[in-house]
Design a protein around this ligand. Sequence first.
Ligand SMILES: [Zn+2]
Length: 245
Amino acid sequence: MIFTTSWDDGYKLDIRLADLLNCYECKGTFYVCPQQQHAKVMMTTNEIAKLHAQHEIGAHTMHHSKLTEVSIKDAKTEIIESKAWVEKVTGAPCMMFCYPYGFYNDEVKQLVYNAGFKGARTTERQKMAISDPFAIPTTLQITPFPKRKTWSKWWHLLDNNGPKRARKKELMTLGVKEVDMKDWLSLAKALFDIAKTKQQDTPVQFHLWGHSHEIERYDMWEDLEAFLAYVQKSHVRCVVNSDVL
Ligand SMILES: [Zn+2]
């Protein structure tokens, strides 16, 4: 089994995240975008270059565009320019791409392939194998579970257990027990244990991903650290996204 992590957008807090990964001998791919997100402080190009010394830097478009909602011409520009931007910042080839909001289709995938990337990550969750290098799924996002922690939409008040309700069926199919759905850390450990013993034809991969600003917003640093310690104890191989392919 292979363990990999990825972190989106390029927030300044990614530096804290990278330090934490280093403490537990973990690797990450940081999908950075020059466009500021959620009015947060972003990493400078110097900080991104420094991060590249220990982790992988991937492209995530220039403007965090929904690539299925802009013209093919604009999508192509976003993809090609972001690869060139990352390569200029790091001084090294940029192998990996991540679709903003997970929005992609066959045309967008082809553009990413044509641009010379090795693979691309989606936002699909609860998966433990890659069948298409240009549609890499993830296993688990670090985000509040089983309950919501903020009321960003009025109907969230009526759906406090939305995160669990949305995923419960698929988690049970994977073999996660109800008792392990009591909090995010229990779920992460249970999924990791399932991945470790899983038998399948393709290599098993556990892909953790998230946004550092959400870890901060939802106070999940301790959960992340406890999970990384758990992963380290199991002695699984931890690599950057491009090494999974
Ligand atoms: Zn993003």
